[in-house]
Design a protein around this ligand. Structure first.
Ligand code: ZN
Length: 277
């Protein structure tokens, strides 16, 4: 039996970009690469013959319930490209175990589960939480905002609903890790989802308005010009993590607006050219 060769990586990326990083029919960012005309007939990987289908639509096509013509039509006009944003994907965060954790490089921010609603903001810039967990009605919600160096939104998680903008260069789900690239070899972020209660920001930058945090060689750093503030073993429990910029009430005011934070830096210098050099 002749082994079927792998689809070359640049070809996979071209297909992702053309299809809007999701199923061409429903937009789901969890998908297979589908040979519209079966590989057994074509005997080669041809980019124009490849498309993205979620497991459901892929199965329907395989069973003959989804006609090839419908897939081909969607392939020419993918739903995510039309919308400029991917269809929301629900991350399976919930409440199993004793606590939830945000890991940023080697930094760890932890919140124990209890009965009262609460939140733990791992990184806040200018009152905007960039990565946080929230406990509401006994359920765990993760929220994240990933901006590029020009404050353009790339990835948004709003209470467990994940979307990314299709104007971005590349988004690739590799297992449960989302890799965001802004150009060839330029990884803006790699985020591993570990539902039900953990998220790991493995590499990249969480920035807003010229400051924030980055993970460099596994170590968490505060982004500010002219200084490298590395936090090799930052660990906080039951409090916010790194709060940069003016404090005061957070986006959603709470009963106690000045909540404890592991590190609070109100007058942090900003990187003015749109990002660290
Ligand atoms: Zn689909």
């Amino acid at each position: 039996m002749i082994k079927r060769p792998h689809i070359p990586l640049p070809m996979k990326r071209a297909v992702r970009q053309r299809c809007g990083f999701g199923c061409v029919i429903c937009g789901s960012p969890v998908y297979h690469i589908d040979h519209m005309k079966p590989y057994s007939e074509e005997r080669e990987h041809e980019e124009v013959n490849l498309t993205l289908l979620c497991p459901n639509h892929h199965e329907e096509k395989t069973k003959g319930l989804l006609p090839l013509a419908v897939v081909q039509e969607a392939n020419l006009d993918p739903v995510n490209i039309k919308n400029g944003i991917t269809t929301p994907y629900k991350l399976h965060y919930g409440r199993v175990g004793h606590e939830c954790s945000v890991l940023i490089g080697s930094g760890r921010f932890t919140m124990a589960f209890d009965e009262k609603p609460k939140r733990m903001q791992a990184v806040v810039v200018d009152r905007t939480p960039l990565l946080m967990f929230e406990l509401l009605d006994g359920h765990v919600y993760v929220s994240m905002a990933l901006f590029d160096r020009f404050n353009q939104m790339m990835v948004l998680i709003d209470s467990n609903e994940l979307v990314f903008t299709t104007a971005g260069w590349d988004y690739e789900f590799s297992g449960s890790t989302l890799v965001v690239r802004t150009a060839m070899g330029e990884v803006a972020a790699a985020i591993e989802f570990r539902p039900p209660a953990e998220i790991w920001f493995k590499t990249g930058e969480l920035l807003l308005n010229g400051t924030g945090v980055r993970v460099n060689g596994g170590v968490l750093e505060i982004v500010t010009p002219g200084a490298t503030i590395s936090q090799s073993h930052m660990q906080y429990r039951e409090m916010h993590g790194i709060v940069l910029g003016p404090s005061g009430p957070f986006v959603a005011p709470t009963e106690n607006p000045i909540e404890p934070a592991g590190m609070r830096w109100e007058r942090i210098d900003r990187v003015s050219d749109g990002g660290p050099g």
